[in-house]
Design a protein around this ligand. Structure first.
Ligand SMILES: [Zn+2]
Length: 563
């Protein structure tokens, strides 16, 4: 989001901000008549819950809560057998990224989207080109080379068929690769003379130095600033994302990797009531440095928009062949049978960055998928603790997809919270088994059961917009580990329903240092709630079929299922 958006948001804020502050507190409400899954330390399931002044006033039996309601003259919400849970807390994602399809072209393949081959992809982009003025960027998100009939990335030449007047940029479903057409490469100043950046690759046409349009990792990162939406598009994206999250029962959204302009814009949009969700922001790169240097002021204790861990990125994604592994990929992407991916940031530089942020008192969250990358990350966390021992630092490994057993042991020792992208078993499970990892390694990716066995606290996430924000499908995936084809992917890493639910509620709150305020239904905590069509404990195989009936934030109903 641009500074223009920030400025207009500030002006709107002056006009409308007071309205937000003057809004009256919601009336006291009692929820009775259905199971209340508290997610408290004993995982109690009770019969009722009372809310007053935006916080939980009481939890207990149905009769005790009905008596409370009588006494207060409180409103009563009859659950009629539906289940009440703490609102879902996003452990890692990229709010408001899920709203991008309100503005950019959706290039996802089934089961998320409809693009099946390059012809379909080109067709959708050409349609957009017809309504876009020449010279303006056309942006498409979510294509997956391994789901296209041709089984390859589109190239500059494929996209030149769409337009030689518009610059075009496509983002791979992983967010770690981009494809740009010839005009786009020109605008970006990338040509045969451009060297590969550190931690990135500009792919070349066979037998030449000419870029073929595909950009990996830090090379792809050059595209990002050009894609910042203006004010109108920015608000459209945010509003669409808010709608998707509230429908999914999410009450705290996470923005894992934001610049300082976006941080300020999101704070203002929150104050204006455009974002009724609570937000947890993780500053990246320039914003992280600005915080370290004291150049960025961001209040830590706002109950709506909080600044959390500093985010760093150590490698790429395994489905993009850029995850950094200790053993070669199962089917290598090119000629080299020993190809293991690569680090996005050299080990020593990573250690230096982690130590610097840890020393300055920040929580640190590092993206790492491949086990070689996770080795580097854990070395960095260990070095940080050696330089400055700090109890309860809760460093995070984002994804920790190929974490080995010995690495989980180290995580326990170092107080690390791994956050697993457990929907990988569903969306990419078959391909991890057949192409990327082979069956043995695929079976133990996102090793949640190994974490449970150690008593290692972990979270699970959707990484929206990498896949849709669907916490119930996420819980289902961690419990069942079934791929899109129905195959079982590492059944020994399945976990119980309660364990999976904790990973999207109380343990996600713990990861964010918010367990005193959120994540369980206990007196005094924020009344952030979700009502589901039935209890997820009833039929673990069908959790993905449950519906979100209502979402409540701070005691206020912010979404109700339509008729
Ligand atoms: Zn992410």
């Amino acid at each position: 989001m641009t500074h223009r958006l920030q400025l207009v948001a500030v002006l709107l804020g002056l006009a409308l901000g007071l309205v937000w502050w003057w809004r009256s507190a919601p009336p006291p409400t009692a929820y009775v008549g259905g199971p209340v899954l508290t997610m408290d330390p004993a995982s109690r399931v009770v019969g009722g819950l009372a809310v007053e002044g935006g916080r939980i006033a009481a939890v207990g039996s149905e009769s005790s809560i009905r008596a409370w309601a009588d006494e207060r003259g409180a409103r009563i919400t009859e659950l009629q057998g539906r289940a009440l849970l703490p609102g879902f807390i996003d452990a890692h994602g990229h709010f408001p990224g899920a709203g991008i399809y309100a503005v950019h072209v959706d290039l996802n393949s089934p089961p998320i989207g409809v693009v099946e081959d390059l012809e379909g992809l080109v067709g959708r982009l050409a349609e957009r080109a017809r309504t876009t003025s020449a010279g303006e960027w056309i942006v498409g998100w979510g294509y997956d080379d391994t789901l296209l009939a041709e089984r390859r990335h589109p190239t500059r030449r494929d996209l030149d068929v769409v337009s030689t007047e518009h610059p075009i940029a496509l983002l791979h479903v992983s967010g770690h690769l981009a494809v740009v057409n010839s005009v786009g490469l020109e605008v970006l100043g990338i040509d045969a003379e451009t060297p590969d950046p550190e931690g990135g690759i500009i792919r070349r046409e066979a037998g030449s130095r000419r870029p073929d349009g595909v950009l990996e990792e830090n090379a792809a990162h050059r595209v990002m600033p050009l894609l910042s939406p203006g004010l109108v598009d920015g608000v459209r994206i945010v509003r669409h994302a808010v709608d998707l999250y509230l429908r999914a029962g999410v009450t705290t959204a996470q923005s894992g990797g934001v610049d300082s302009g976006t941080m300020q814009a999101l704070r203002w949009l929150s104050r204006l009531g455009v974002i009724p969700l609570r937000l947890m922001l993780w500053p990246l790169d320039e914003a992280a440095d600005a915080l370290l240097e004291g150049d960025l002021e961001f209040p830590a204790e706002d109950p709506w928009v909080r600044r959390g861990a500093i985010k760093l990125i150590a490698d790429g994604s395994i489905q993009g062949y850029t995850g950094y592994l200790s053993e070669p990929y199962h089917v290598p992407p090119g000629e080299d049978p020993g190809y293991r991916g690569y680090p996005r940031i050299p080990r020593d530089a990573l250690i230096e960055r982690v130590v610097a942020f840890h020393r300055a008192g920040f929580q640190v969250a590092v993206h790492g998928n491949g086990d070689a990358s996770i080795d580097d990350i854990l070395d960095a966390f260990e070095a940080a603790q050696r330089v400055l021992p700090r109890e309860d630092a809760r460093p995070i490994v984002i994804h920790a997809q190929m974490a080995r057993e010995d690495q989980l042991d180290r995580m326990l020792d170092l107080g690390v919270v791994p956050s697993f992208f457990s929907l990988h078993t569903y969306y990419w499970g078959d391909r991890h088994r057949d192409r990327f990892m082979g069956s043995e390694r695929a079976a133990r990716m996102s090793p949640a059961a190994s974490a449970v066995r150690r008593g290692l606290r972990f979270t699970i996430h959707c990484d929206a917009p990498v896949v849709p924000m669907e916490p119930l499908r996420l819980v289902w995936a961690a419990v069942n580990r079934r791929s899109t084809s129905g195959a079982s992917i590492g059944p020994e890493q399945r976990i119980g329903v309660m364990e999976a639910l904790r990973a999207v509620t109380i343990d996600a709150a713990y990861q964010h240092f918010e367990e005193d305020e959120k994540g369980s239904l206990e007196p005094g905590k924020l009344a952030d709630l979700v009502i589901l069509s039935a209890s997820p404990l009833e039929d673990p195989a069908r959790i993905d079929a449950l519906r979100v009936v209502e979402t409540v934030i701070g005691g206020r109903s912010v979404h109700r299922e339509g008729p």
